[in-house]
Design a protein around this ligand. Structure first.
Ligand code: GLN
Length: 408
């Protein structure tokens, strides 16, 4: 069956339909990863977008549920040069077209994805529409114009209820703005007791879980679409160790008084070079974002730049000058890789341990009585928190489900 993809500037691509034959609109973006189409399809940060892959052969290693980044894909369409209908891989369970059909997502193949990518690079990100219908190009453009731009994607993809992935080390609350399962996997692999909470959770609700640290997840859309989340992050800064990833990084910046802007066509792929300022080293990173923190708005904040994009000089990482908090625009949990920045999870857990140690009650030596007499507010808070933790271990707030990491 014939399918068409039309961009808002009138550019028309005619190809072959696969997946669902439903008509869908979305922001059209390109990803340059050679592998990883399953992770791209199922990354909730793509919610509402039509994705095209610059790699021309897509679907050749099929689909397996294990590599999904979320329980289901949220993209609005998939545009490829060639769709492989006979995948070859021992892990493959079914083919890409079957997956798209299952979730009613339209796919279009046999189009010139090089031309499409060049158009997006030259003009910037454009909205588009995929259809198998017979309406004229003019009618389709009218329909595209009449479709509202999405602003509620975080609401669509975040978990409605808190859930826990138990572990016996640091307790980390992940605020789910559309979290990839890779984030929970990385924390779980390190033994963390992970509690994933909805994006609407207040600082008070988060504190009730008695976390040792908070991870601000990735997620779709404009970070300014979730002002309540910005307020929560503002309250958490300095209270608990924080680590922000992608949307979480942008929210951390906004909460600290910086501003964000939309990039011309975004960064999406698995080999974006990023300079680590402290060491001068280059990390190869996985990326998927449209927005970016504006460097010139950082001057009046307590943030400093830790990472810079080698391609366009944009801000890729931040840390707070005094509070235990840092963030990155790229994805250290990247699957299928690269893994250069994976150690940021270890650095987060180290930061948590140092923060805990700095607040631990004083225990020994000759100064004991003097110290006890002048015990600081922070120490009182720490022992109070420990007591609360014991209580909470008995009665944690109601949670949806208790999942093992393999259930993702
Ligand atoms: N992967 C992400 O978290 C993306 C962040 C944000 N939605 C952006 O596009 O910039």
């Amino acid at each position: 069956m014939k399918a068409r993809l039309i961009l808002e500037d009138g550019t028309l691509f005619t190809g072959i339909s696969f997946g669902s034959d439903k008509q869908m609109t979305g922001e059209v973006v390109f990803n340059t990863g050679i592998t990883g189409y399953q992770e791209v399809l199922s990354d909730p940060s793509y919610c509402g977008q039509i994705v095209t892959m610059t790699q021309p052969l897509i679907g050749n290693y099929g689909i397996n549920r294990e590599d999904f980044e979320a329980i289901r894909p949220w993209i609005h369409g998939f545009a490829v040069r060639r769709h492989e209908t006979a995948p070859s891989n021992w892990r493959s369970e079914y083919d890409l077209g079957t997956l798209l059909k299952e979730y009613d997502i339209p796919g279009i193949s046999d189009i010139d994805t090089r031309m499409l990518t060049r158009r997006l690079r030259n003009r910037g990100t454009l909205r588009g529409l995929i259809t198998t219908g017979s309406a004229s190009t003019e009618e389709l453009l009218e329909q595209l114009k009449a479709t509202a731009t999405l602003h509620d994607q975080v609401n669509q993809v975040s978990t409605p209820r808190a859930y826990r992935v138990p572990g016996n080390k640091q307790r980390v609350v992940v605020i789910d703005y559309g979290s990839k399962s890779g984030i929970v996997r990385e924390l779980g692999d390190r033994g963390c007791d992970v509690i994933v909470v909805p994006h609407t959770s207040s600082a008070e609700e988060i504190n009730r879980h008695n976390p040792d640290g908070v991870l601000l997840s990735n997620g779709p859309g404009d970070p300014k679409d979730v002002p309540q989340a910005i307020q929560t992050v503002r309250e958490l800064i300095g209270q608990l160790p924080l680590f922000g990833i992608c949307l979480g990084h942008q929210l951390f910046a906004l909460a600290s008084g910086a501003d964000t802007t939309k990039l011309k066509f975004g960064h999406r792929g698995s080999n974006h070079p990023v300079k680590e300022v402290a060491s001068g080293r280059c990390l190869i990173t996985s990326q998927n974002h449209s927005y970016s923190v504006l460097e010139e708005t950082l001057d009046d904040t307590d943030l400093e730049i830790t990472h810079i994009n080698n391609n366009d000089g944009s801000v890729e990482g931040l840390k707070h000058k005094s509070a235990p908090a840092f963030s990155v625009q790229f994805h250290p949990e990247a699957a299928p890789g690269p893994t250069d920045s994976n150690r940021l999870f270890d650095e987060f857990l180290q930061m948590i341990d140092e923060f805990k140690a700095s607040r631990a009650p004083f225990v020994s030596s000759t100064t004991k009585s003097r110290e006890a007499a002048s015990m600081t507010g922070a120490r009182t808070v720490a022992s109070h928190q420990q007591a609360k933790r014991q209580e909470a271990d008995v009665a944690t707030p109601p949670m949806e489900k208790v999942l093992a990491p393999s259930a993702f």
